[in-house]
Design a protein around this ligand. Structure first.
Ligand code: XMP
Length: 317
């Protein structure tokens, strides 16, 4: 019978045998899968696992620092890489969501390749691929698609010539969470909502600028903190804030304002394939809206997304 403990024991033994004294590089995303994969590999090979965590400038407010801290606390050999400017530069002038995704994916691969090169004699690429990723490898989204589109642009990056080790590729998401829990991984990482690889880059509709990222991070932090303190964060599959490419008229004191609009999204789902919008309490929505408008300069209107998937999608881009 499958249990998290038996899985952990056999997987670590198998990894030790397979990897011996070889070095492995692995990209951490802050998400559940890459974190659990890293901890398993760390148990098997210790300091021979070189983790790379890239700050793409498109993460939630303070997320890079706090997640990096959690990783270090877990004993992982992790290097945090500030590549914010490289991502912002690559996004200048891009409006089309797929162009933005490709640009973000391409920069990620370049940054990761640069970092992987600094690890002498590395033999393996570790990945947090889970079973549904294996079956859905034809999907248009996700890292494999990113790598493919990069592949079409130029040659294969060097790190992709590495052998691949994927300790979670037989597991479903709920099993990964159970394994993570049995490994003692912090609930701050295990319980977090899904977050797209391109991050806020696809939650800012239209062109991404640093100023829009800053505004959106502030609004989003207010939203997520309120979901947490109201005790609804764990009941929601995924929540996020979207920066809309419109301005609307408002009034502050005696002054007319003409500022930006953010949309709040919260959905219930089992697997992200279909989703219903969450019926959040009106009082909670009112509190969040007031806090955002009163505290985030540049926003004078908040709307709530009441679309389900299908026919809408969870993200707006
Ligand atoms: P949609 O918007 O298609 O999203 O309903 C379904 C799930 O996938 C996530 N998502 C992405 N994840 N790269 C990712 O790694 C992407 O480009 C991407 N686009 C959407 C989305 O957050 C949701 O969990």
């Amino acid at each position: 019978d499958w249990t998290p403990d038996s899985f952990i024991e056999t997987t670590i033994a198998g990894l030790k045998e397979k990897l011996g004294d070889d070095k492995v590089v692995l990209g951490l995303s802050g998400g559940v899968d890459s974190s659990v994969a890293a901890v398993l590999l760390h148990h098997a090979i210790g300091k021979n696992l070189y983790c790379i965590f890239v700050d793409n400038g498109l993460l939630r407010k303070d997320e890079f620092e706090s997640v990096l801290e959690s990783y270090k606390h877990m004993g992982l050999n992790v290097k945090g890489v500030d590549a914010k400017q490289r991502f912002y530069d690559a996004l200048v002038g891009l409006i089309d969501p797929e162009h933005k995704r490709k640009a973000i994916g391409r920069v990620f691969i370049d940054v990761f390749d640069d970092e992987a090169h600094q690890v002498q004699d590395v033999k393996w690429l570790g990945q947090g691929t889970i079973y549904p990723d294996v079956i859905e490898s034809v999907s248009v989204k996700g890292p494999s698609a990113t790598i493919k589109s990069h592949h079409n642009v130029g040659g294969l990056p060097d790190f992709m010539k590495l052998k691949v080790v994927e300790p979670l590729n037989t597991l479903f998401k709920d099993e990964v969470r159970k394994v993570g829990k049995a490994l003692g991984i912090d609930n701050n990482i295990l319980g977090r909502h899904p977050f797209p690889g391109p991050g806020l880059g696809i939650r800012i509709l239209g062109e991404v600028t640093q100023e829009k990222v800053r505004i959106l991070q502030e609004a989003d932090a207010i939203y997520i903190n309120n979901l947490r303190s109201a005790g609804v964060y764990d009941k929601v599959w995924q929540a996020g804030t979207i920066f809309l490419p419109v301005q609307s008229v408002g009034v502050m004191g005696d002054e007319r304002t003409y500022e930006h609009v953010v949309a709040l999204r919260a959905v219930e789902s089992l697997d992200g394939m279909t989703a219903d919008w969450c019926h959040l309490p009106y009082d909670l929505l009112a509190k969040i809206s007031n806090e955002i408008i009163n505290n985030v300069k540049g926003i004078n209107r908040v709307v709530y997304d009441i679309s389900s998937k299908p026919p809408a999608t969870i993200e707006w881009e």
